[in-house]
Design a protein around this ligand. Structure first.
Ligand SMILES: Nc1ncnc2c1ncn2[C@@H]1O[C@H](COP(=O)(O)OP(=O)(O)OP(=O)(O)O)[C@@H](O)[C@H]1O
Ligand SMILES: [Mg+2]
Length: 199
């Protein structure tokens, strides 16, 4: 049983197992996750993303900026985990201004702050990559640039993503990784764990 932002949704593992997920509206996919629309309030994820697993275990800091993700079941045959979360309005490339207009007042402030920060800092990691890990780089950047509250949240989220303690984690905030729910900004996929790959 899960309390959604507006309604109470009760989806059991059996409900999801009984579904032919391919019959649902496909929302999109990335490197680790495919998303499907269950109803107006709820999305179903099929994923092997470590960050989604960490969020579902309640390890992210408590903030409306981060999604609530609930594990439904693990499918051993597919080696994929099914989750449910709020259905979000997702950002689109080239529609930054339209996306901003849909946000509530508080989210607009956070969004403006993060967009500027993301533009200023994203390309700079490569110039220092022999001296520090991605984790160290982003912590330094957050600390120098973000407000105290946001800094604390972002550092805590990033550390949580570093599930194998490689330090190879980063903010990854393109439009397709942000969304909103009734105007509340949600950084639903903005922290990447690159593990031991050397990209
Ligand atoms: N809760 C949701 N509501 C609506 N659409 C969603 C939701 N979750 C995911 N999506 C859609 O599915 C896409 C893939 O989801 P997600 O970004 O979580 O996957 P990923 O594999 O982690 O992506 P990446 O390649 O960025 O790591 C999103 O870009 C978005 O379009
Ligand atoms: Mg994504």
């Amino acid at each position: 049983m899960r309390m959604g932002a507006q309604t109470m949704t009760a989806i059991t593992p059996q409900d999801v197992k009984n579904l032919d997920i391919e019959d649902l509206t496909y929302l999109g996919s990335g490197s680790w996750t495919s998303a499907f629309k269950f109803d107006e309030e709820t999305a179903i994820l099929r994923s092997n993303c470590k960050v989604k697993a960490a969020i579902s275990q309640g390890l992210f800091p408590k903030s409306p900026l981060f999604p609530e993700i609930e594990k439904v079941f693990y499918d051993e045959e597919e080696a994929q985990t099914y989750y449910i979360m709020d259905f979000l309005e997702i950002g689109k490339y080239g529609e930054e201004d339209e996306f901003r207009e849909e946000l509530n007042k508080e989210s607009k402030k956070v969004w403006d702050h993060l967009v500027k920060f993301n533009k200023d800092f994203k390309p700079n990691y490569y110039s220092v990559k022999d001296k520090m890990t991605r984790l160290e780089y982003w912590i330094k950047a957050f600390t120098e640039m973000l407000s105290k509250t946001l800094n604390k949240l972002m550092i805590s989220a990033l550390r949580t993503c570093d599930t194998e303690k490689t330090g190879n984690v980063a903010l990854d905030m393109p439009m397709h990784n942000v969304g909103h729910k009734n105007g509340q900004l949600v950084l639903f996929d903005c922290f990447a764990n690159f593990g031991d790959s050397c990209i």
